[in-house]
Design a protein around this ligand. Sequence first.
Ligand code: FAD
Length: 457
Amino acid sequence: MNLGVVLNRVFRVKDNPLFEYVAEHQDEINKVYFIVPIEDLNDAATVKRDYYHKVIKGFLSTLERYDIYPYIVTYEKLGELAHTLALSHVLLAKDIMSYHKEMYDYHHVKRAFENLQITVIGQRVNHYFQPTKTFNKQQQPYKVFTSFYKANRQDLVHTPKKNYQFKQLTKNAQKGSNQSDLKFGNNKDIEKLARKTWDDFLNDDIARYDKLTDDVSQDFVSGLGKYLAYGLVDIREIINDLLEGYDSDETSYEAFIREVIFREFYYVLMTQYPETATKSFSEKYRNMQWSYNKSHFESWKKGQTGYPIVDAAMKKLNRTGYMHNRLRMVVAQFLTKNLFIDWTWGEEYFRQYLIDYDNASNVHGWQWSASTGTDAVPYFRMFNPIRQSERFDAQGYFIKTQLEIFNDVSSKYIHDPTKYKDKLQEIYHIEIGKDYPQTIVNHKNSRDYVMDKFKQF
Ligand SMILES: Cc1cc2nc3c(=O)[nH]c(=O)nc-3n(C[C@H](O)[C@H](O)[C@H](O)COP(=O)(O)OP(=O)(O)OC[C@H]3O[C@@H](n4cnc5c(N)ncnc54)[C@H](O)[C@@H]3O)c2cc1C
């Protein structure tokens, strides 16, 4: 066969199942063409686009060291390239949920190749579980996380390392594009950096993960999301490490394993219910008449709602392309349960900004927050942003990192500036409504309104 290996979002040289496939099938391969299709991220935030380009550039530089020079092409020209190279087969990753546009996903790309009479070989590269092997006794997907977790946790086992030599891979490899033409960012070895970040987390922080993960003023999370989204680390290796260290601290390791299984749960749901990318998972809410108040939406996006925890979280997202899980829930609940804005607007905004964007986790994280999804607690789970702020950023340290105006303000006044506007004026000369926005909605009133709306279904 003349094999094209499509390498988008599996940007690692180690433990890469696509490379393993090539090594194992050498006898059947006449020529092999490594291809890196580039996603168009022009409508994404600069911070996300830059990261994607930086990762690609780093990956290409690493491949160069192993004498591999892939063909670099846009998705639009992928079919044309396959035709020119006279490919008989292509090898594709079939379980990636982090593409920026839906048209880059497995099903779309597979169909395009099949229309050209090219045989598609799909390979699992980015998730641990196979969706159909996680079903319940009725052969249906689990719809509640806890049941999924209980049923599948025992199936996490040590997986043997991928074994291949680069000599095997380059044997029939054809040289592609001249990479010096690429103008993307720097070319640091991001794969090594990802591995180091993960090792540091295991050595230093996982012990505090269970107790402190929700404290948004500290950084006891792993940062693994973005490495998984670009395929810089192998999920099987992550699980191997977690199982190896498990006995040293069962509680902390289990807490982390639970979160990683959350990602698998949402992945399985998304493969089984792809329509939930834009429609409520819970069918009864599909006719909900959400608010489409653009002015409220703008305030939310810019971090000008008058609720410091929400505003600081949004400013952090806009600046860095990252937001802590607790804050994702807080801002998502605020958008859907206080402003009553359609969760799909928030999902789309996160897609543009989140470096670790993952369609399944994002959509279902939003639906969980909007009570249209898999949360076992019904719609009356409604976060109070002030209470959330007091609980998870008690001293206001996180708020102060994003909203300089509150730098000197006591934690007593920082969570609810509208309530303490006289004190803020008197002590710190901060005028609410001028120096920092007044709350755009009253929490209690907006909460009651939304509660009523949900009750009608
Ligand atoms: C509204 C909303 C949108 C979200 N959008 C995304 C998204 O686009 N991409 C994404 O990867 N995650 C998303 N999440 C889940 C979670 O917030 C991120 O995975 C996490 O914050 C990433 O940071 P980390 O890697 O440091 O997390 P850690 O706390 O260190 O967790 C480790 C890993 O576990 C998995 N994980 C943890 N929590 C969750 C969760 N609630 N759901 C699914 N997987 C989880 C992720 O793979 C994460 O990288 C979203 C959550 C919400 C509430």
